[in-house]
Design a protein around this ligand. Structure first.
Ligand SMILES: C[S@@+](CC[C@H](N)C(=O)[O-])C[C@H]1O[C@@H](n2cnc3c(N)ncnc32)[C@H](O)[C@@H]1O
Length: 333
């Protein structure tokens, strides 16, 4: 509608089919070319004047968003081209939010049966949770934690301290983080508490324990997000200093989403570089299927052979066909 000569639309999900149908319904099939894959695996026949993306989750530090943007900028963007969005600004504030704490953490402290559920509490306080957060939760003025300038960003990792001298008394239950975006000069939107609800949101990082503060106390949080594999590990180290003469540490916590996953020691050992793996039965099934994909055998025939080879593993031919389809959908053409 705005006159683009050509649009290259990239999306790995099956949802791309809906976009294809909508392009056709609106008479744009000849101008929109679709690629069902992640952008980092796509080669375009030409560079683009504009790249429009939205690969965020609740926050922009999500999955492989930043590596995808840096790759697209380098390979797809023509000199002088524009990125939309151009910039995201991440804001942090400490909050008094007994309702959020009560929802996410308290059930593991007090379950009414006198049961010790601290093992689950450890997971809950090392995870960030989605809002809802209102302006009334804020104990301080928000501060900018980080700016992601997509025209220059290189590293997917972000880490910085953010600190407040409290101006009033209250109880700190955690830290919140949200982003405002600049799509282009003068155009953007905000996810701040009180702003109209969008598909993104506000992340609430609970403290290990709520901390009573008074005016003059200092709250410092060193918040770090590090991309490992395709997932972010978040760390939030909090220190609350007494504003009085003593300046003593009132509270100190080191928290990390590394501890949000219930991983057994046995599973961790399997990830060690010196671990020597061997195939389990599911692996043997998949290896068998993969080795039968030879550009000439139909799915039904592969399923029949799978059933012959692993008769105890599958209820019937249809069951085996389901497994074969799953594998060929992922790895076949
Ligand atoms: C946040 S959702 C998009 C939400 C959409 N803008 C909306 O308003 O409903 C992100 C989408 O980006 C896709 N995606 C993630 N990384 C991608 C990449 N490198 N290349 C292409 N698509 C990607 C995901 O499959 C997902 O469908």
């Amino acid at each position: 509608q705005f006159g683009a000569r050509k649009v290259y639309a990239i999306e790995p999900d099956e949802a791309i089919q809906v976009a294809r149908e909508m392009a056709a319904a609106n008479g744009f099939s000849d101008r929109v070319e679709f690629f069902q894959d992640v952008s980092t695996r796509v080669d375009l026949p030409e560079q683009a004047d504009v790249i429009v993306s939205d690969l965020r989750g609740l926050l922009p530090l999500f999955g492989r968003h930043l590596p995808s943007i840096t790759d697209a900028r380098r390979r797809f963007l023509a000199p002088g081209g524009r990125l939309i969005p151009r910039r995201d600004t991440l804001w942090a504030a400490v909050v008094q939010a007994p309702d959020l704490y009560c929802r996410h953490v308290d059930p593991w402290d007090d379950n009414g049966y006198g049961l010790d559920m601290q093992a689950a509490r450890r997971l809950a306080v090392n995870t960030y949770h989605g809002g809802p957060v209102t302006p009334g939760h804020l104990l301080v003025e928000p501060k900018c934690w980080a700016t992601l300038d997509y025209t220059t960003v290189e590293s997917p990792d972000v880490g910085a301290p953010v600190s407040w001298v409290m101006e009033r008394a209250g109880t700190v239950h955690g830290l919140i983080l949200w982003f405002d975006t600049t799509l282009a000069d003068g155009v953007g939107f905000s996810n701040a508490p009180g702003a109209p609800e969008l598909c993104y949101g506000i992340a609430f990082f609970p403290l290990s324990q709520p901390v009573r503060v008074v005016a003059g106390d200092t709250v410092t949080v060193v918040l770090r997000a590090k991309l490992l594999g395709g997932e972010y590990i978040w760390c939030w180290d909090t220190r609350v200093l007494d504003g009085g003469d003593s300046g003593r540490t009132k509270a100190q916590f080191e928290q990390s989403s590394f501890f949000e996953f219930p991983i057994s020691a046995g599973r961790l050992q399997k990830w060690a570089a010196d671990h020597v793996p061997k195939l389990n039965q599911e692996g043997e099934v998949d290896e068998f299927i993969l080795s039968r994909i030879d550009s000439s055998t139909a799915l039904g025939e592969i399923a029949r052979r799978v059933l012959d080879r692993f008769p105890a593993r599958f209820a019937d031919w249809r069951d085996a066909l389901g497994r074969v389809t799953k594998i060929t959908d992922e790895y076949g053409l």
